[in-house]
Design a protein around this ligand. Structure first.
Ligand SMILES: *Cc1c(COP(=O)(O)O)cnc(C)c1O
Length: 421
């Protein structure tokens, strides 16, 4: 491992070496990666960079020192509240969807400690398709997360969720949409259960907010998923996905201010002063808040509508193409621009192997084994070539005996045996 250089290396040299280091990275710039990157175009990215630069040194931890950042954040939350159907909703920006979810779980837990002190071990009911962040939050916060199997359509089963509610339940979870199959859970039904049983309902719209909220403007029907649904008490929404903000930007919003108050950490006895912080992080990067603010204001309703239209058109082309390839099927009925497809009785990972040889980076899922796609307008350049390569890869994989494929499902982050070092 290298050590800290004694005298600094020239910036040009360091930056050139960093450019070189990208050689092995997934080729998202040519649309060869179907996840992780949400690119709003070169001009838009330039705007994000300029906004970031303006505030790269500022720290949103102190709204007193930087009222500019406090105002940007308040306006971002206000714009999101409007999009999510309750202008009165309150919330805060966070560093990622996982933090938004973690803070929501913390807010419900701490609120329940006061409102339902009899609950010894608080529980949340989490559809099995929900993001691992709920299980991470459960582990960090000592809240029990009970996975409830989804139905054959990959959506949460409202009846099963209702049956699982007990005296310790503080929270129901629904996704809009779920990551693995891109389907929106029956939020209306979950809302009725939440109201009936007097528990919270968090909708994880990290992935969906900036698509679903614009689908009706392009003449497509979107399932109701937000504060318009009675019983929904909080929503998480990632700015750094289809919000096309710079990475490190998400938000969590609550229908009632009392939950937001339970989210905020306050410590008054510190010799360093009265400390209060809404999220997991202390320092809150000004550049990220500024870039998200610039994204929302420069794109506006028309910009997000255009981006949603383009993503949905490309999704349509891909779905038609995949459904037309013998031996492949799409899982469930995806509600927006995220979906998975699987093989009819052979090894779909063999298809992924062949595609990867052609330079595509494929996300492998399991239960059931499938390949996952998140479509953005930036994929326009790649859709034709992808379908062609997929057709060839599928034809070949169907001939191949199933036990040949050695690769396991995609693992996000480090593997069990890799360690952190
Ligand atoms: C991405 C995602 C999250 C988590 O967001 P991060 O920013 O990666 O922490 C949560 N839920 C869903 C549905 C997501 O797609």
């Amino acid at each position: 491992m290298p050590t800290l250089p004694k005298s600094g290396i020239a910036p040009d040299e360091v930056l050139a070496a960093m450019m070189d280091a990208r050689g092995e990275d997934a080729d998202w710039r040519r649309g060869r990666l179907w996840s992780l990157v949400y690119h709003g175009g070169a001009e838009h990215t330039g705007t994000l960079h300029r906004a970031y630069e303006l505030f790269s040194a500022e720290n949103g931890l102190s709204p007193k020192a930087f009222p500019s950042l406090a105002r940007f954040e308040a306006e971002i939350i206000g714009m999101l509240a409007g999009l999510l159907g309750d202008a009165g909703a309150r919330g805060s920006m966070t560093s990622c969807g996982s933090e938004s979810i973690m803070l929501a779980v913390k807010a419900y837990r701490d609120h329940a400690r006061v409102a339902k002190p009899r609950i010894w071990r608080p529980e949340m009911l989490v559809p099995s398709s929900a993001h691992p962040a709920f299980f991470k939050a459960a582990e960090y916060l000592d809240v029990v997360a009970r996975p409830i199997p989804v139905g054959p359509d990959y959506r949460a089963v409202a009846g099963a969720m209702a049956d699982a509610v007990n005296g310790d339940t503080i929270l129901l979870v629904g996704s809009a949409p779920s990551f693995p199959q891109g389907v929106v859970d029956p939020i209306d039904e979950l809302g009725r259960i939440a109201l009936d049983r007097g528990v919270g309902l968090h909708v994880d719209a990290c992935l969906g907010t900036f698509m679903l909220a614009f689908l009706d403007r392009i003449g497509r029907s979107a399932p109701r998923f937000d504060f318009r649904v009675p019983g929904v008490t909080s929503v998480s929404a990632d700015l750094h996905k289809y919000g096309y903000a710079a990475k490190g930007a998400s938000a969590v919003l609550y229908r009632e201010p009392k939950l937001l108050r339970s989210q905020v950490f306050v410590y008054k006895d510190w010799p360093g002063g009265h400390f209060s912080s809404p999220g997991v992080t202390g320092t809150r990067p000004g550049g990220i808040i500024a870039a998200a603010y610039a994204a929302l204001l420069t794109l506006g309703t028309d910009g997000y509508t255009r981006l949603a239209r383009e993503a949905m058109e490309l999704t349509g082309t891909l779905l038609r193409g995949i459904r037309g390839i013998p031996g492949l099927h799409v899982l469930g009925k995806p509600d927006m621009s995220v979906f998975a497809f699987a093989a009819d009785g052979y090894d779909i990972y063999a298809v992924a192997d062949a595609l990867e040889k052609k330079g595509w980076h494929m996300d492998r899922q399991n239960n059931p084994n499938s390949l996952h796609m998140i479509v953005t307008p930036h994929h326009g350049q790649a859709v034709g070539a992808f379908l062609e390569d997929l057709r060839a890869a599928t034809a070949r994989a169907r001939q191949r005996p199933p036990d040949e494929s050695s690769r396991r499902a995609v693992l996000y982050g480090i593997t069990d045996d890799a360690g952190t070092g």
